[in-house]
Structures are given as C-alpha cells and as structure tokens.
Design a protein around this ligand. Structure first.
Ligand code: IPE
Ligand code: IPE
Ligand code: MG
Ligand code: MG
Ligand code: MG
Length: 311
C-alpha cells in the first residue's frame, strides 16, 4: 500500500499507520487548542471545565475519520479544518452529559474524574452546552480564503452534522438508551439505539470529510456504507470492552453497563455473538471502501483500530 499521498508504494506497515495517525492527532490537538477560549478568558471556570474535558486524553477517532475520509477521496487535511474540530467538541459534550448523575452517573472519563465530579453538575451541563455551541461557531468561521465551492461543501457537511447530533440521531439514541435501562429491548430496538447514539455521528464524520474533500457521488456512497458499518461496530465494541476490560485500561468505570441494566450487544446477544457482529461489520466496512484503492488506507487502518482496540 502507498502512504496515501502518492503512487502506490511498499505495503503500509503498522508503524506507517501509527505515525500518520499520531501526526494527524497532534494537528487536531493544536487546532482544538487554538479555537477554544483560554482558561483565563471570562468566565474562567466554564472555560476551565471545557478544556478539562476536551484535553483529558481522548483517542480523537472522530476527527481522524474526518481527515481520513477527505484524503480517501483525493482531498486534504486542510479541507477538514473546521469540521475536524467541531466533531470532537460535539463528541466531548456528549460524553460530559452522558456521565451526568441524571444519565449514566459516571465518575471516571478519559482516565480522570468526570467533569461534574470536578466542577459540579451545573458547570458540567453548561460546559457541554458551550462545547456544542462552539462547534457550530467554528463551522461558521471557516479559514480565510475559502472559495464558494469549499463554503458550499462546508454548509452541506454542517447540515448533516446537525442532523447527526440532533433529536432523531445522537440525542434520540441517548433518550432510547435511558428508556431501555432495566427493561428488555429487542435486537432491532438495540441496533436502532446504537446506530443513533453513536453510529450517526461517526457516519457524519466520514461523509463530512468526504464531502469537504470533493467526493464524487460513488465515492460518497462507499464512504457512507463504511461509516454505517464502523458506526455500529464502534458501539458494539464499546459494549464488549465495558464487559471485558479493566477501568485502568478503559479510562472509565468498567462493568458499568451490567450494573446499570443497560441494553447492550453483550446483554442482548452474548459476548461471542457480539464479537462475531463486530468482525462482520469490520469486513463490511473494508469491502465498502475497496473501490477507493490505496487512498483509503487510513480509513482501513481506523476501521481495524476501532474493532481491535482495547480501550
Ligand atoms: C466513547 O467514545 C463513547 C462512545 C460513543 C462509545 P470514545 O471511545 O471515542 O471515547 P474517547 O473520545 O476516546 O474518550
Ligand atoms: C455513549 O454511549 C454514547 C454517547 C455519548 C452519545 P455509552 O454510555 O456506552 O458511552 P460510555 O461507555 O459511557 O463511554
Ligand atoms: Mg450512555
Ligand atoms: Mg456512558
Ligand atoms: Mg459504553
């Protein structure tokens, strides 16, 4: 495989993938820090809480997917600048709220005490609100010099992102997740929860990246099928890890789903079936992007990482 930027070269080794992702991750960290108000900006406590959760050490899978999808269709990282930041801010807001006492009531996130444990519940709610709002501010302030074509693509990606984190997707999924707690939910209901609360945002990341990268319609269709498969796989694996890994490894409280009576792929289908589903979805994701050729190498690497991860 090539390095994704030129002619096909030698097979991409694991180290190539790791260093490419590390480099993109550093860029994302720097961009996030640049667009977020500093801690000494009024109101200091709010900005401290926002930065505390945003820079607590997430894997940055969503911005990496945005970048990888843009490159997979012949675009560049530069094309993704506002969207790559926005998706991570939205994801982090969703985690802050997910951890609140009224929701999953968690004490540990990204290896640190949760936002509300450090800053109090009211500040955590507001820090989440502010991260969500700031994401759309960043999207409305694209880099100087972007022409009409780029702005039109950004508007389309922004619209899709809003839908993905809205009442019929991420938030709707969180509602259904809470409503299913302690009650039975069928296989179809469970799949819907997972595709909504987690899958929709991941799909919006890759579709958005591809749109910003100037994807042709068949490319966008491939990326969409990839996004749907890894979107569901991501939450299936999250359910598996909650059951099989230790808190130190996860950076969040292990075994929480079982004690809370959550509807998960493990509780509904069992561990072995959940693992088989994740493997099947990985296969489907990889098949979906085969037509993109060498330039899809980062998407391929991220799909494997999502399914084979331990935290
Ligand atoms: C955790 O997401 C929440 C889910 C949607 C399952 P991640 O596993 O991507 O969490 P971070 O961003 O690395 O902390
Ligand atoms: C979280 O799902 C989904 C969103 C935050 C939208 P989980 O509740 O399973 O995530 P973790 O396990 O707390 O990270
Ligand atoms: Mg939850
Ligand atoms: Mg949770
Ligand atoms: Mg979970």
């Amino acid at each position: 495989m090539s390095n994704g930027r030129g002619d096909p070269g030698p097979p991409a080794r694991e180290t190539d993938l790791k260093s490419a992702l590390d480099e993109h991750r550093q860029w994302v960290e720097a961009e996030l820090s640049r667009v977020l108000p500093e801690e000494n900006v009024w109101p200091e406590n709010l900005h401290r809480a926002m930065r505390y959760s945003l820079f607590a050490g997430g894997k940055r899978i969503r911005p990496l997917l945005v970048i990888a999808a843009s490159e997979a269709v012949g675009g560049s990282r530069e094309d993704t600048r506002p969207l790559a930041c926005a998706v991570e801010m939205i994801h982090t807001y969703s985690l802050i709220h997910d951890d609140l006492p009224a929701m999953d009531d968690d004490d540990l996130r990204r290896g640190k005490p949760t936002c509300h444990r450090v800053f109090g519940e009211a500040m955590a709610i507001l820090a989440g609100d502010a991260l969500l709002t700031h994401a759309f501010q960043v999207l409305a302030e694209p880099p100087q010099g972007w022409d009409g074509v780029r702005l039109e693509r950004l508007l389309r990606a922004t619209g899709e992102l809003a839908v993905a984190c809205g009442s019929e997707a991420l938030i709707g999924g969180q509602v259904a997740d809470l409503e299913a707690e302690g009650r039975g939910v069928g296989a179809a209901g469970l799949e819907r929860i997972h595709r909504s609360k987690t899958g929709a945002l991941l799909e919006a990341c890759v579709r958005g990246g591809a749109i910003l990268g100037g994807a042709a319609e068949p490319q966008l269709e491939s990326v969409t099928r990839y996004g749907q498969s890894i979107g569901l796989a991501f939450q299936v694996v999250d359910d598996i890890l909650d059951e099989t890994e230790a808190s130190e490894q996860l950076g969040k409280t292990a075994g929480k789903d079982r004690t809370a009576g959550k509807a998960t792929y493990v509780s509904v289908h069992g561990l072995e079936q959940a693992r088989a589903t994740a493997a099947r979805l990985l296969g489907e994701a990889l098949a979906a992007i085969r037509s993109l050729g060498q330039r899809g190498w980062l998407l391929e690497g991220l799909a494997r990482l999502i399914v084979e991860r331990h935290g």
